[in-house]
Design a binder for this molecule. Structure first.
Ligand SMILES: Cc1ncc(C[n+]2csc(CCOP(=O)(O)OP(=O)(O)O)c2C)c(N)n1
Length: 578
């Protein structure tokens, strides 16, 4: 093996070892300082390279892949503000436990804090928001240092998929030459003989890492089983899942054994799938539960919660007001409960806990509790079916009801995910519904969705608000550059419809100008710019346009203009009627 210089050797060793550890894709933005990494990735047969022009979109694209697969995608950028543009996606990955491997190229250490061009302080740039950070040493053709590099690569991969999974940041300094230029004597010719392990690594990863999962303590299983056994009105709450979205069947089996209905967040992996027939899976609770419903409905006495904090604020408030015994199950022992009413935290792998728990429960469920909730659920769906005023929620209902089986559906913040929550009816189709709920940003939505789509052969649907779409129009370039197809439903209510839900609506000014921010933008030219099929459809023609779009190849945007205020009033009216 002849290597032209130490930078090439260093970058090839790093990339080789990441690939041996299972890395299969990288998103690269152009830049000079990252040249050794870019060239090494481009030369590696086992890593798919996605080329992006804009670091912020690149990072969200990588995030989307990690969200869909549960495996890290790497990111490469040059030094300077490029690295800072990764930050929003790193925050989302941190909060939502999405594996991500960030490689930021840097100038050599003596140039830090010297006024040198494009040199910023990249050390611990993302603060505590990464699972592991390491400032790699300067490249050297030295056996021990190369073995350390291989070890670091193995560790980076392991940390990214640890419990909890999340982002890992390696800062990688290089001094010139950055290109694979021959530098005589830079790499000792006998390195292969003096330290073959450093140079060639092993057959497979340099360090095999075994992570494992947390088994529930038998005491905890017994405590929950006894509680459920004694409960009159038990509930299971499935919040947004950590990636990859699990098969909801195991939670459904637990629900059946416990005789407890499941309140299934649309992002939980439990609301959609064949298991929906096996248990009482409820999806309309955001309409009929809430603090103002407590008097009409008996309070639950035991709750077992999985996943992150539910999307539905009304559900969170309902749990807070009714103060049942609340078991919070978290595989990382995380405290994801911001109402501060949980009574028990159980650090355990959810699937293992559910598996151990189901046979331990001895329970004669109260049919009245089930019937009461099922009745509310049925009435919610029939009211929706009978209503005919324009409603954004109906679009979400139709999107999820007619999404191909299987498919991946990505919903933006803020009304699309909330409307998917309230109006997405549980069905047996294999839908993987995703959203960025770690930090609930409206940035990077297009890119995250396309990243998720790039990681699966399933049809991809993105439902986006107009501000979220505007925020990441750059991301549309990935359709062509990364060969992804999508049906994009653009709910264009000319500004942030979500703000009509807030009391600030009554203070106008400044409501319209500074909160709702109507922009009057016509998004149609994105069709020409990004070579996609852009169509305007009315709410009435939406369903047929959508079912046609999801069945064809290529990307089609269906832009639906709708009045956010009227839609919001209709949303409220439906709930009040219920
Ligand atoms: C990066 C970022 N900036 C601002 C916000 C605050 N915010 C939340 S929702 C929203 C409006 C979103 O508008 P749109 O995408 O049109 O969706 P809609 O509310 O109409 O459903 C804003 C500005 C945010 N969550 N993230």
């Amino acid at each position: 093996m002849t290597v032209p210089n130490r930078n090439t050797l260093w970058a090839e060793t790093l990339v080789d070892e990441l690939a041996a550890g299972g890395l299969s894709a990288v998103c690269i933005a152009p830049g000079s300082r990252s040249t050794p990494l870019t060239v090494a990735f481009a030369d590696h047969d086992d890593v798919t390279v996605f080329s992006h022009l804009d670091e912020r979109s690149a990072a969200f694209f990588a995030l989307g892949r990690g969200r869909r697969t549960g495996d890290p995608t790497a990111l490469v950028c040059t030094s300077g503000t490029a690295a800072a543009n990764f930050h929003p996606a790193v925050i989302e990955a941190h909060r939502a436990r999405v594996p991500l491997l960030v490689l930021t190229a840097d100038r050599p250490p003596e140039l830090r804090d010297s006024g040198a061009n494009q040199t910023v302080d990249q050390a611990k740039l993302y603060g505590d928001g990464v699972r592991w950070y390491r400032d790699l040493p300067e490249p050297e053709a030295d056996g021990r240092k190369l073995r350390r590099l291989r070890t670091d690569a193995a560790r980076a991969m392991a940390e990214a998929v640890g419990i909890p999974a999340g982002p890992v940041h390696l800062n990688v300094p290089f001094r010139k030459p950055l290109e694979p230029t021959e530098v005589p004597g830079d790499v000792p010719a006998d390195l292969a003989e003096t330290d073959p392990l450093a140079l060639q690594g092993r057959d497979g990863p340099f360090v095999r890492t075994a992570g494992g999962t947390v088994d529930p303590e038998p005491d905890a299983v017994e405590r929950i089983a006894t509680s459920l056994g004694n409960a009159d009105r038990a509930l299971i709450v499935a919040g947004p899942a950590d990636p990859p979205v699990p098969d909801g069947g195991i939670i459904a089996s637990l629900a059946r054994a416990a005789g407890a209905p499941v309140l299934a967040d649309p992002l939980s992996g439990v609301r959609f799938g064949s298991h929906v027939e096996e248990a009482t899976v409820l999806g309309g609770y955001d309409a009929y539960l809430g603090p103002d419903r407590v008097e009409n409905l008996p309070a639950p006495d035991v709750i077992v919660r999985f996943g992150a904090s539910p999307t539905s604020k009304r559900l969170r408030k309902y749990l807070a007001e009714t103060t049942p015994r609340q078991f919070l199950v978290d595989p990382a022992g995380g405290w994801r409960e911001a109402e501060f009413v949980a009574t028990d935290l159980v650090a355990a792998d959810p699937e293992r806990l559910a598996r151990d728990l189901a046979p331990a429960i001895d329970r004669d469920p109260d049919a009245g509790w089930h019937d009461r909730l099922l009745d509310l659920e049925r009435r919610h769906w029939s009211l929706l079916a009978a209503a005919d005023a324009p409603l954004e929620g109906r679009l979400l209902h139709q999107v999820l009801a007619s999404a191909p089986d299987p498919s991946t559906v990505f919903v933006s913040n803020s009304m699309p995910v909330r409307d998917a929550d309230r109006f997405g009816r549980p069905r047996t189709a294999d839908l993987t519904v995703l959203g960025n709920r770690g930090a609930s940003g409206i940035d990077g939505i297009v890119s995250t969705a396309l990243g998720a789509g790039s990681a699966t052969d399933e049809p991809l649907v993105l439902v986006s608000g107009d501000l979220a779409f505007y925020h990441d129009m750059n991301g549309l370039l990935a359709l062509e550059r990364c060969a992804v197809d999508a049906t994009i439903v653009l709910i264009d209510n000319d500004g942030g419809g979500i703000f009509h839900k807030l009391p600030i609506e009554d203070f106008d000014p400044p409501f319209t100008e500074l909160f709702k921010t109507p922009h009057g933008l016509d998004f149609e030219p994105t069709g020409d710019l990004y070579d996609l099929d852009f169509r305007r459809v009315g709410v009435d023609g939406f369903e047929s346009a959508y079912t046609e779009a999801v069945e064809r190849d290529g990307t089609r945007v269906l832009a639906v203009s709708i009045d956010a205020e009227r839609s919001h009033r209709e949303r409220e009216r439906l709930r009040n009627e219920l």
